[in-house]
Design a protein around this ligand. Structure first.
Ligand SMILES: [Zn+2]
Length: 317
């Protein structure tokens, strides 16, 4: 089984050629998500052709194409349902038709957090369990769940993946999703610089001297005793932990996996979330394990092969 894989992120698109559970070759192209997806798809196809050459394979030898994409996905029709201002033409594109025309290959697609979980569940931190959830901490907050050995999808493909848009503060700020007080508005890379600037101690914080504020800076300055950074760090840790408890109460997993770009500060985040979960999750049967992702960026690429197998290869047989 050989698949072409594309993992669409906010700033980068990761491409891979995956064979039997291994990423054989991979590359990265800029997302340029302010442009049209129809244009970027050509760069994806060219990238795939280059990977094929690197691996000594023709595209025709591949079984299919898998996409991991940050949106609600109509998987059956290979349609992107939401675009949140990125790739404005995305929902108008028939991706299956594009793949068949351009690459002469069938295509499968699903949500990016779901793909991260599928990768970890089949090949990484979630191996051996039938009940696990993931929280990916990055530009936004991605969530997904596997329950009783099944990837949770729901009628419209949105079951489990809107965890970043669960309400953690009633009466909170308005979110791009239409809800108010979403988890993602309280602690994610997309809002942390603004939250820092709004903090009463910002002016006296070393954060005010930085050209850009991200979580690496927050954790680093918090460790050196910067009051503003400590307050932002602690509030973020509490937000992610409260979300983990909510997911445990919703989905009854035995394992919570934490992944995403912010997990560069993994041990600090993991130990806080573990402690919070052990104190506040209602699990009379025992304790839910909280672990970091094992595969990082490779999870979604590996999941592309799994999805091609599930959605395309099985049907073709
Ligand atoms: Zn929201």
């Amino acid at each position: 089984m050989i698949s072409l894989a594309a993992d669409f992120g906010g700033t980068r698109i990761k491409l891979g050629l995956v064979k039997d559970g291994n990423v054989v070759v991979q590359s990265v192209i800029p997302a340029e998500s302010d442009r049209h997806l129809s244009e970027r798809l050509e760069a994806v196809a060219t990238g795939f052709e280059r990977l094929g050459e690197q691996a000594g394979l023709g595209i025709a030898q591949c079984d299919g194409v898998g996409f991991s994409y940050p949106s609600i996905i109509d998987r059956r029709n290979a349609r992107i349902m939401d675009h949140f201002g990125k790739f404005g033409d995305a929902s108008a594109i028939d991706l299956r038709d594009w793949s068949e025309q351009r690459l002469h290959l069938p295509l499968a697609i699903d949500n990016d957090a779901r793909m991260a979980l599928i990768g970890e569940w089949r090949y990484g931190a979630g191996r051996g369990t039938d009940n696990c959830v993931i929280i990916t901490l990055g530009t936004g907050i991605g969530v997904s769940a596997v329950m009783e050995g099944q990837v949770l999808r729901g009628v419209h493909g949105q079951a489990g993946i809107l965890g970043g848009h669960t309400t953690l503060r009633t009466g909170g700020g308005a979110c791009v999703c239409g809800n108010v007080g979403c988890a993602e508005l309280l602690a994610s890379t997309s809002v942390i610089a603004q939250l820092a600037r709004e903090h009463p101690q910002f002016a006296s914080s070393a954060l005010a001297t930085l050209p850009a504020i991200d979580y690496a800076a927050i954790f680093q300055l918090a460790a050196s005793g910067d009051d503003c950074a400590m307050a932002l760090r602690d509030r973020s840790l509490e937000t992610w932990s409260a979300l983990a408890v909510n997911l445990i109460h919703f989905f009854d997993p035995e394992l919570v996996i934490l992944g995403g770009g912010i997990m560069g500060s993994a041990e600090e985040i993991l130990s806080f979330v573990r402690d919070y979960v052990s104190r506040h999750a209602h699990t009379p049967w025992g304790r839910v394990k909280v672990v970091g992702s094992e595969l990082g960026d490779r999870a979604a690429l590996l999941a592309c092969e799994w999805l091609v197998h599930e959605d395309v290869a099985k049907v073709l047989k």
